[in-house]
Design a protein around this ligand. Structure first.
Ligand code: TXD
Length: 316
């Protein structure tokens, strides 16, 4: 915590994910939150409501709501969730045009008002939007990071724990690749209190869990019908915010800009990242089998298709 002042977290987009990120960040006492949205009254109302939960929940950090980008000035972190969520039947890539336009406009304002901040991207298609943002912001790559792998890993952890009847805290895992059907869950890097899951569950059970993880977002979209998941996504973002603000240097799967790691460059894709005060402090290169490496490259190819769509649409 900086001496004499609290951290400032800007949540750009005050919808389901953005407001829930604000809620978790306040509850975890990470700093004051500015909720920004284009809808008049929405961020102001949610901010008031969140601040008034403070005396009951025991936090003294406050939220303010705004439709004016000038209020994000001085933010240590900007979390970008603004955009459209997926509706049933929509792929993440259907969102490229709409959300690409929104993200480009947001980047102009981050550059103008909060150029020192580390930026966490959530808006889908996540890896493609993070790429667009990095190019628009012109930041060093460490300052732009996407949230997906932490969520995908959390889903896998919850499924493994449920299957084994153990605490979710005991399960550790790694999910690489793009945030989409091409994600690469790694059973070989999944452990339960240090014991490889491959020793605890039969192959077909593991395969079913991996498949459910891949479709985890879609499962929730199909149930909700009017939007996509937000509690676990927001919790994952808040954890990343915490790692960065507290310079924790925990290794989390995040979408990061690759510059040759895993034989890939000029693309965002989910990889293990050491997250600290500067953002992405290091990209950890795991020793992957050729099948895993191929899956990661397929993932990157899917992200590149999205990047190509951005170019075709004149957004890049
Ligand atoms: O793992 C992940 N990365 C994800 C991504 C997990 C969950 C959700 N994921 C994506 O996040 C989802 O596909 C969407 O693209 C975003 C936000 O999802 P959310 O569920 O929060 O959507 P909402 O509730 O519709 O909120 C979006 C808000 C809404 O309040 C709009 O008014 C606002 O974005 N919005 C804007 N804010 C600022 N500036 C502009 N231009 C703007 N346009 C819309």
């Amino acid at each position: 915590m900086p001496v004499g002042k609290r951290f400032k977290i800007a949540c750009i987009g005050a919808g389901n994910v953005g407001a829930t990120v604000a809620q978790y960040c306040l509850d975890m006492q990470l700093g004051d939150v500015v909720l920004f949205d284009i809808v008049d009254g929405l961020p102001q109302g949610k901010a008031l409501d969140l601040t008034q939960a403070g005396p009951v929940r025991g936090y003294s950090c406050v939220a303010t709501g705004t439709n004016d980008y000038r209020d994000i000035a001085g933010s240590n972190i900007c979390v970008v969730t603004a955009g459209l969520p997926r509706k049933p039947g929509m792929s993440r890539d259907d969102l490229v045009e709409k959300n690409g336009t929104i993200v480009a406009e947001i980047c102009e304002n981050i550059l103008r008002y909060a150029p020192e901040s580390v930026v966490i991207f959530v808006t889908n298609p996540l890896d493609v939007m993070a790429y667009l943002a990095l190019k628009k912001l012109g930041y060093p790559p460490r300052k732009v990071v996407g949230m997906a792998g932490t969520l995908d890993s959390a889903r896998l952890r919850s499924f493994v724990a449920g299957e084994l009847g153990v605490s979710m805290k005991n399960v550790d895992t790694m999910v690489l690749g793009s945030h989409g059907d091409e994600m690469v869950p790694l059973p070989a890097y999944t452990t339960v209190s240090g014991v490889p899951v491959t020793q605890l569950l039969p192959e077909d059970k593991i395969e079913a869990i991996v498949e459910r993880t891949r479709k985890g977002g879609g499962e929730i979209v199909a149930l909700l019908k009017t939007g996509s998941a937000y509690y676990a996504p927001a919790a994952s973002v808040a954890r990343m915010v915490q790692c960065i603000l507290n310079d924790e240097r925990q290794i989390l799967p995040c979408s990061a800009f690759l510059t040759g790691q895993y034989g890939l460059k000029d693309v965002f894709v989910g990889v293990p990242v050491r997250l600290g005060e500067g953002g992405v402090e290091e990209i950890i290169e795991l020793d992957l089998t050729s099948a895993q490496m191929e899956a990661l490259h397929n993932s990157a190819a899917a992200v590149r298709e999205g990047i190509q769509s951005l170019k075709n649409l004149g957004l890049l």
